[in-house]
Design a protein. Sequence first.
Length: 336
Amino acid sequence: SAVSTSPALSAAAAAGSSMDPSRLRNVAVIAHVDHGKTTLMDRLLRQCGAEIPHERAMDSNSLERERGITIASKVTSISWKDIELNMVDTPGHADFGGEVERVVGMVEGAVLVVDAGEGPLAQTKFVLAKALKYGLRPILLLNKVDRPSVSEETCNEVESLVFDLFANLGATEEQLDFPVLYASAKEGWASLTYTKTPADDARNMSPLLDAIVQHVPSPSASLDDPFRMLVSMMERDFYLGRILTGRIFSGVIHVGDRIHGLRGTCNGVQKIEEGKVTKLMKKMGTNIVPIDTAGAGDIVLIAGLANPSIGHTVANVEVMTALPTVVLDPPTISMT
Ligand code: GDP
């Protein structure tokens, strides 16, 4: 296609950002605290780390060392067999600020990490409810299968507990038919069938990475429309200023592009600020990597505007419509 043959776009792909939405997967990682999310992410990065473009990693290392850039992005990108996975960390606690909604609103799939010994717990349920409501079809990863107390039988019990939980939360037939994998994040492997002792050549995370590529839909987003992005996360860097993170709804963005921030109001749209993209970044592995350009469907970090905030739209200056914010329900305070 015209897209894949453009030198500028090929360069962007080489710089770590896919210009082909079909080669992207945006995935939320959901887990109760201590069920193994950190260990799992660490393993995925170790397995895929070698595929992060080496020069890029060096660049960003020096960028961080020399300029003290400290960005704690919750979105980590991993390259796997020509596919770029954007893994988004979800808060492990019930929050009242809508952060969970914002995360599930920027992805097309989820990995639900459940301790195979403990089963699903309260925090799993809170985030899962939002994920199901947003139409995501989570992949169940039963973790800590290496533990002596975990058996095929206890895994089956946990699976049926998760099934009941899905059903109670109003899951659709399709969502109830969730893929299940067994894993020991600690030992560094995942499997499609229950085992405690995978063969040496199967002691890796490939089955999980493949399952994500297979089961999570790629984002449907048009590269041809003007650039628009909903700001889902925000942080501050001493040198770069405000860093806006979001999934690109449409179009392509380059460093230097003129953009503006928009806010939807009851009687139209309010322009917040106009400026230009000073830096475009992704967190590849553990490094913040500067990129030149990024396309629709991808999740990126943008520096250059000081005022737009979470829920605002960042767009090409010719765009005068704000994207709808993703909150489905008014926030409710529940003491249960
Ligand atoms: P998080 O709170 O979900 O990020 O959980 P962590 O990744 O920090 O893991 C919590 C604890 O469980 C740590 O002590 C890990 O070493 C341990 N853990 C994580 N995955 C496994 C696993 O697959 N097997 C066992 N036995 N322990 C694990």
